[in-house]
Design a protein around this ligand. Structure first.
Ligand SMILES: [Fe+2]
Ligand SMILES: [Fe+2]
Length: 253
């Protein structure tokens, strides 16, 4: 296989082979884990939501996440993989994202934190050299935009009350490190280089994480939400590039 990413264009499952196929399946598995765990979080949150408007929205988001999950199931099936087996190996949704599924505040923090992390990763897959995957990610991104808008609205509503903001901050401190780890993976190493050289991703993991955190900061700063202390990332064993640490340090409580 040619190693210049610009030259690589894989248009069907039959053409994906060797290390490329293996990495493709690993990346898709990561996304399938995230989409299915998120579908379960929103499904459960119908019960936790305080108003009908929010229950209806949770149901809508659960359906959309299920549709995203199904796209990944179909893509993995085309590659000869057993998606049921893959999903069966995923940690339970609550521990996967580190939240209490019955606590509405946890759901609100989740909605602000995780949906956008997913989108930032999906922006890369939309330009993937594996075109069957890239072609399906446009509609997924549109759904995620809507989820994130709701997450930002929720943050603003909670932040209007200092006591609620303090609770939001404390849940965010434990959720963001896990979200960074689950959604993006390690910033350096051979896998990252391989994804770039084969066009499976167009930006380094470090760049994607930084793009995500800078966007988050834009919504956090005006309402007084800070990044978790670096010690919270260390406790979760999240590997952080120096440039990422600088962003986190730029908005601390
Ligand atoms: Fe999704
Ligand atoms: Fe979402």
């Amino acid at each position: 296989m040619n190693t210049h990413s610009a030259d690589i264009n894989i248009g069907s499952a039959d053409e994906a082979s060797g290390d490329y196929r293996e990495m493709l399946i690993r990346l898709m598995t990561r996304q399938l884990y995230a989409e299915t765990a998120t579908a379960e979080v929103f499904g459960r949150s119908i019960g936790a939501a305080p108003t009908w408007r929010e229950k209806h929205m949770a149901a809508e988001f659960a359906l959309e996440e299920a549709q995203h999950s199904q796209m990944l199931c179909d893509l993995l099936t085309d590659l000869g993989e057993d998606h049921e087996q893959i999903i069966a190996n995923r940690p339970a949704a609550a521990s996967f994202w580190n939240l209490d599924l019955d606590d509405w505040l946890h759901i609100a923090v989740f909605n602000f934190t995780v949906d956008r992390a997913g989108s930032q990763q999906i922006m890369e897959y939309r330009q993937s050299s594996y075109t069957p995957w890239a072609d399906k990610m446009g509609v997924v991104l549109a759904d995620e935009e809507e989820h994130y808008e709701n997450g930002v609205d929720n943050l603003r509503a909670f932040a209007a009350d200092p006591e609620q903001l303090a609770r939001f901050q404390s849940v965010y401190n434990s959720m963001l490190p896990v979200a960074v780890k689950r959604a993006f993976g390690r910033p350096h190493g051979a896998d990252n280089d391989f994804c770039l050289s084969t066009g499976l991703k167009r930006h380094s993991t470090e760049a994607v994480i930084n793009r995500y955190l800078e966007e988050m900061r834009g919504y956090m700063a005006p309402v007084g939400l800070a990044f978790p202390p670096l010690s919270m990332f260390a406790a979760e064993r999240v590997e952080l590039a120096a440039s990422t640490k600088t962003i986190l340090e730029s908005l601390q409580a």
